[in-house]
Design a protein around this ligand. Structure first.
Ligand code: BTN
Length: 247
């Protein structure tokens, strides 16, 4: 088809590569995959580390016809696709942690980095990037994250095909992306809520300037987290780090 797949043995960051391609007019569906990255990026300036060949590292160019205020839905949709593919292909009980982490048993298995570019007031392109620990042995995680990180192999005690996972994720993604475009966000939000079990939980949310504690009441139609603080104030959280306060 017209959608290209670009494969790198080593690149700085697939998100950066995909952004350059998008800027040069690459069509929706262009996929950039790498065996390893020298400057893999996470949210909030953090880095994403993966040894060559062990992780699934890719970024997808999207050109959704949506209002920029709804771009968070792309992150939620990617998370749903990844969790569903993992459950179906590996049997792992994958869960979503708002906004973009995939956890199993409280440990992080994958992260999503969504970046948007606007032209005038419309979305020009969105890059959604996934880092998934597939065949990473526990010893490969640095000591500071060993207790909070995991991989498909560590969870299922057998190595797993990265290509099979990539196909399953993209196929799930394509279905949801089509549904989002034609029917709106309701079914994604429903699925996201099922897979996240964050609604109803007590959380601490760390944001740029402040930290709050409260209970999650819902996510809204734009993917914004709704939290009622202990003081009774209703907040809309667009971006932040969530810690679960109850088990
Ligand atoms: C996070 O958990 O903070 C998000 C991590 C996203 C990492 C992936 S790896 C492939 C793609 N390229 C990057 O530089 N980052 C994303």
């Amino acid at each position: 088809g017209k959608n290209g797949i670009v494969h790198h043995h080593l690149t700085d960051s697939t998100n950066t590569r995909a952004r350059e391609l998008a800027r040069d007019g690459a069509p929706e569906g262009t996929l950039v995959v790498a065996e390893s990255q020298s400057a893999g990026r996470g949210r909030k300036g953090r880095s994403w580390l993966a040894r060559p060949g062990e992780g699934l590292l890719f970024s997808l160019v999207l050109r959704p016809d949506m209002d920029p205020s709804r771009a968070a839905l792309i992150t939620l949709m990617t998370a749903v696709s990844v969790a569903e593919a993992l459950i179906r292909e590996t049997g792992i009980d994958a869960r979503i942690k708002w906004p973009n982490d995939i956890l199993v048993g409280g440990r992080k298995l994958a992260g999503i980095l969504t970046e948007m570019s606007m032209e005038l007031d419309a979305v020009d392109y969105v890059i959604t990037g996934l880092g998934l620990n597939v065949n990473t042995p526990t010893e490969a995680f640095s000591p500071d994250i060993r207790d909070i990180a995991t991989s498909v192999m560590a969870e299922s005690s057998a190595p797993f095909s990265r290509v099979a996972l990539l196909q399953a994720i993209l196929s799930s993604f394509e279905t949801h992306y089509h549904t989002l475009a034609t029917q709106g966000p309701e079914s994604i939000l429903t699925r996201w809520k099922e897979l996240s079990d964050i609604v109803g939980r007590r959380v601490r949310v760390s944001m740029m300037r402040e930290e709050i504690e409260g209970r999650v009441t819902d996510i809204d139609a734009d993917g914004v987290l709704l939290v009622t603080t202990d003081a009774g104030e209703a907040l809309r959280i667009l971006s932040g780090d969530v810690t679960y306060l109850d088990p």
